[in-house]
Design a protein around this ligand. Structure first.
Ligand SMILES: Cc1ncc(C[n+]2csc(CCOP(=O)(O)OP(=O)(O)O)c2C)c(N)n1
Ligand SMILES: [Mg+2]
Length: 444
């Protein structure tokens, strides 16, 4: 049942040689529970009669009591091997040098920015940070989107913003919560948002973005815009109830949304094998009757191709798609985590050495003659200088004006907010030693 749904759906929507059509798996029947004399073989010869129940229209009646635990695992689509070699010539990406190098340059810039901001947190200069190491290939998914597709992120997708043109100054201003921060200092570092770049502000409670993404996609469908929603989340977040609510409503109301799961093997210290028993997150997509793709999340071109096809389905057919990108989180979960407490350093080093998305993409670019050591060093060095410059400028700026904490909750200040604001102003005036506002921007 599972494979039949997914293969047919994929075959209809992705006219590519790359799409494998696996035959439906044989039923895993529990013969021990078959009380009738009918064997599986003789049963199969009998004419199959479809059920008439409204709850499962594709089912057939059977005299074999089938108890299923497993289904055929979903394959992982890849274009390049771990050395950056394209495995099937028909999958060679047809892209320009400019496009391919932009993706890689953004991956490199993200690495440079992560390194500097991670250290800045260690020195106590910002309060928190999260890195992307090991998962940089997800930038391939951003490259497959239209700039007006609405993005809902979890927190480890800063590269998608970078790809869309969020500036280093904007990243730094947010991490410093200064008066130039688009979020006006109301969020923790890395909780970016940009209305201009169609990137909804990150929120800390896991999975809240998923039902919101379904709702936004429904609104896009109603508006008639030829766009979709892209919703990123981790495999850990998929354990939240919101995940299930989001997928079910998107499937039943046909919302143009791509659910992009970064399955990086861990939810802080909880490994994926303690998080779920099924075939990853992808198997759930088919469970909700939705197009589903599992992809090598360390392979930029596989991620790019999968997202391109998913976007076509979402925009042209108004249907949701689940992509599960298999990857590995090389960095610690965040600056509040020390991953050596729950996994060996050797395991991490092995991933860096044997399946590194940066190396795979770089080798592919080098094979085209589009990249070399000199370009690598030059890009890293200019980006390091640029990040440090933005960083120093952001650090010098004042915090947003104190009154900003009352704004934007509602369109206009409500009577109770006006009262609270007045009370705070009086307190600041009365106890200046306790409420030093010299580091805050002046009130307008
Ligand atoms: C509702 C909720 N529960 C718990 C947390 C604490 N928390 C923050 S991140 C995280 C792990 C999430 O893992 P995953 O979704 O796999 O994303 P990853 O960090 O691996 O990218 C947890 C448990 C939270 N922020 N919100
Ligand atoms: Mg995870």
């Amino acid at each position: 049942m599972y494979a039949r749904v997914s293969v047919r759906a994929l075959a209809r929507s992705i006219p590519s040689k790359a799409i494998k059509t696996t035959p439906a798996p044989l039923a895993y029947s529990a013969k021990a529970f078959s009380t009738s004399a009918l064997s599986m073989d003789s049963h199969k010869k009998k004419e199959r009669v479809k059920v008439h129940f409204p709850g499962a229209l594709d089912s057939h009646f059977s005299q074999v009591l089938e108890i299923r635990e497993k289904m055929e695992p979903i394959d992982t689509f890849r274009v390049m091997d771990t050395d950056g070699k394209v495995l099937d010539k028909s999958l060679e990406p047809e892209v320009t040098e400019e496009f391919a190098t932009k993706i890689y340059k953004d991956m490199l810039t993200l690495n440079v920015m992560d390194l500097i901001l991670y250290e800045a947190q260690r020195q106590g200069r910002i309060s928190f940070y999260m890195t992307n190491a090991g998962e940089e290939a997800y930038i391939g998914s951003a490259a497959a989107l239209d700039p007006e597709d609405e993005i809902f992120g979890q927190y480890r997708e800063a590269g998608t913003l970078l790809y869309r043109g969020f500036t280093l100054d904007q990243f730094m201003n947010q991490c410093y919560s200064n008066d130039m921060d688009l979020g006006k200092g109301r969020q923790m570092p890395v909780h970016y948002g940009s209305k201009a770049l169609h990137f909804q502000t990150i929120s800390s409670p896991l999975a809240t973005q998923l039902p919101q993404a379904s709702g936004a996609a429904y609104a896009i469908k109603r508006s008639g815009k030829k766009n979709c929603v892209m919703c990123y989340f981790g495999e850990g977040a998929a354990s939240e109830g919101d995940f299930h609510a989001a997928l079910n409503i998107a499937a039943t109301t046909s919302c143009p949304v791509i659910f992009f799961c970064r399955n990086n093997g861990f939810a802080i210290s909880t490994p994926a094998n303690e998080q779920y028993k099924g075939d990853g997150i992808a198997s759930r997509g088919v469970g909700y009757g939705m197009h589903t793709i599992r992809v090598d999340g360390n392979d930029v071109w596989a991620v790019y191709k999968a997202t391109q096809e998913a976007r076509k389905i979402a925009v042209e057919q108004h249907k949701p798609v689940l992509i599960e990108a298999m990857t590995y989180r090389v960095g610690h979960h965040s600056t509040s985590d020390d991953s050596s407490a729950y996994r060996s350093k050797k395991e991490v080093e092995d991933w860096k050495r044997h399946d590194n998305p940066m190396v795979r993409m770089r080798k592919w670019l080098e094979s085209k003659g589009w990249w070399d050591e000199a370009r690598e060093n030059a890009h890293k060095s200019t980006q390091r200088t640029a990040v440090l410059k933005s960083f120093a400028a952001a650090e010098k700026r004042k915090k947003p004006a104190v009154s900003e904490m009352f704004n934007d909750v509602y369109d206009k200040l409500t009577p109770n907010l006006i009262e609270q604001k007045k009370e705070l102003e009086e307190l600041i005036k009365k106890y200046p030693a306790h409420y030093d506002t010299s580091n805050y921007a002046k009130e307008n």
